[in-house]
Every structure is written in structure tokens, then in C-alpha cells.
Design a protein around this ligand. Structure first.
Ligand SMILES: Cc1cc2nc3c(=O)[nH]c(=O)nc-3n(C[C@H](O)[C@H](O)[C@H](O)COP(=O)(O)O)c2cc1C
Length: 256
């Protein structure tokens, strides 16, 4: 029997006949992976207080479930001790900093106050899409990766930030990326939209301080998660969504 993942298109995946329980599981997994897509949801920042003040109890519980399952990502080595505290004690090489609906609104308020100072990068940050994304988000999960060595540089904005691009760090970023993908797949399965943003002004050291995030962590992305029935002004998909081609365009079988 042809498996769902051997088939080329999503349409084919959804019309598969499932004749065994394990095939049904494979089909469900294939449809969750195949149907996930970036959805950037925007609400004008001045409309932010019109949104629900907080997630409902049920939505909050759903979010917790997504976060828990997302952690089932592979990781190679325990995080350096410097990253482990009494509350965030796990050896996994990533951290999730969850900015839930109410906190998203307060973060937009803070960004507006920062912009009022007139000092860059804040006016530019206020003019970026981050305030509109936060204004629409059910939650923004700021995912960091935890450098293997104690980084000398103190610059959370940088993608390398003085942190060596070593095999250890590459594997840490890869593990954190797997956790992010798990999170977005769970969002898809739960009927929430998701969007992996590089984070813009959320990378700023001052933003890290404001959110209680350690500067030695590195931001991998700001993952916007929102129940699909929440209000939205505008939503758009990922620019590269239909550019990936078929798997044969990035896969070769080794012929030896
Ligand atoms: C590490 C990473 C960072 C990303 N950052 C941004 C971003 O800052 N802005 C943006 O518009 N899309 C960003 N994206 C989303 C991509 O645009 C999107 O994944 C791509 O267009 C493919 O679309 P799809 O997710 O619907 O398959 C990012 C994706 C990844 C993996």
C-alpha cells in the first residue's frame, strides 16, 4: 500500500483510504504536517484592547498541552549548567517564554512607551509589524536556544552574538527548531494559526530584560499562536509556502 508521505500532493493525502489503525495514524500525522502553513495575523495596535483581555480557560489549557507535547523533541546533550535555574531546571537546550494574550497587550503598551522616547530602535520597532502581530496573538512563545559555552558577547539581537558556530551550537539550534516545529504542528492539530517570526524588536536586550529573559539565551523565534476564531484585521501566508517543490527536488537516493 502507498503511504501518505510517499504521495505528492495534499489532496492525495486527504483522500487516502485508511485500512489499518496504524495507517490511520500515519494519515492523520501526514495531514497535520501537510496542512500546517504560516498564517500571519494582524490587528492594528490601536485596536489591541478590543481583543479579549485574556485567553479563555479552555484556550489556556490547550496552549499548555501544545507546550508540553512540543518538548518531545530530540536533543543531543544536556544544556550548560549556566542555563539551569531552580524553576527552569530542564537539561533541554531550549526555553519557551510564553507571553499570553493579556501580556501581549501589555507588551504592545510597553513598545508604544518605548517609541515615545524617540530613541532608536524603538520608533522603528513601533512602525514594524511586531506590534500588529502581538495585538492579534493568542500567545507569543519566545523560543530561545541555549549556547553550549558561556558567550562572551552580550548581544541578544545577533544571530550568532559572539557565540561560536560550533557543532555543539548547531545541534542545539536544531533541537530547539524541532521543538518549534512540534509546537506549530500541535497548533495546527488544535485548530490554531501559527507563525514563526524572527522577532524583530523582541530580540532587543531591553526587551529581554523587560520580559525577564536571560541575555545569555539566544532568540530562535517568536512563535505567534492564535485560535482561528479570534478577531483579525488581516492575515497573510508565508511568502515561500508554494516554492518548496516536490520531495524529489530536495532528495536523492544514494546509488552505491
Ligand atoms: C527560522 C524562521 C524564521 C522565520 N522568520 C520569518 C519572519 O521574520 N518573517 C516572515 O514573514 N516569515 C518568517 N518565517 C516564515 C516563513 O516565511 C515561512 O515558513 C515560509 O514562507 C514557508 O511557508 P509555510 O510556513 O507556510 O510553509 C520564518 C520561518 C523560519 C523557519
Amino acid at each position: 500500500m502507498t503511504s501518505a508521505l510517499q504521495l505528492g500532493t495534499l489532496d492525495n493525502m486527504s483522500t487516502l483510504e485508511s485500512d489499518t489503525p496504524s495507517q490511520q495514524v500515519a494519515d492523520t500525522v501526514a495531514s497535520v504536517i501537510g496542512e500546517r502553513r504560516t498564517t500571519k495575523r494582524f490587528v492594528a495596535p490601536e485596536q489591541r484592547h478590543i481583543q479579549a483581555a485574556s485567553l479563555s480557560e479552555a484556550e489556556s489549557a490547550t496552549l499548555k498541552r501544545m507546550l508540553r507535547i512540543a518538548g518531545q523533541a530530540p536533543f543531543h546533550k544536556p544544556a550548560a549548567k549556566i542555563h539551569c535555574s531552580a524553576t527552569l531546571s530542564s537539561p533541554v537546550p531550549w526555553r519557551f517564554h510564553v507571553v499570553e494574550r493579556g501580556a501581549c497587550t501589555r507588551l504592545v503598551d510597553w513598545l508604544e512607551q518605548q517609541a515615545a522616547s524617540g530613541i532608536e530602535p524603538w520608533p522603528r520597532a513601533w512602525a514594524s509589524k511586531i506590534p500588529a502581530l502581538l495585538s492579534a496573538a493568542g500567545a507569543a512563545v519566545l523560543v530561545t536556544w541555549l549556547p553550549a559555552a558561556d558567550p562572551a558577547a552580550d548581544d541578544t539581537r545577533s544571530t550568532t552574538g559572539g557565540t561560536e558556530f560550533s557543532l555543539a551550537n548547531i545541534e542545539i539550534v536544531a533541537a530547539a527548531g524541532a521543538a518549534v516545529q512540534n509546537l506549530m504542528l500541535m497548533a495546527q492539530a488544535e485548530g490554531w494559526d501559527s507563525y514563526w517570526s524572527s522577532g524583530g524588536s523582541l530580540r532587543e536586550p531591553d526587551t529581554f530584560d523587560h520580559l525577564g529573559m536571560a541575555r545569555i539565551e539566544r532568540l530562535l523565534g517568536a512563535i505567534m499562536l492564535t485560535p482561528r476564531d479570534h478577531p483579525v484585521d488581516k492575515s497573510i501566508g508565508g511568502g515561500l509556502f508554494d516554492k518548496r517543490g516536490d520531495y524529489t527536488d530536495w532528495t536523492r537516493y544514494v546509488d552505491i
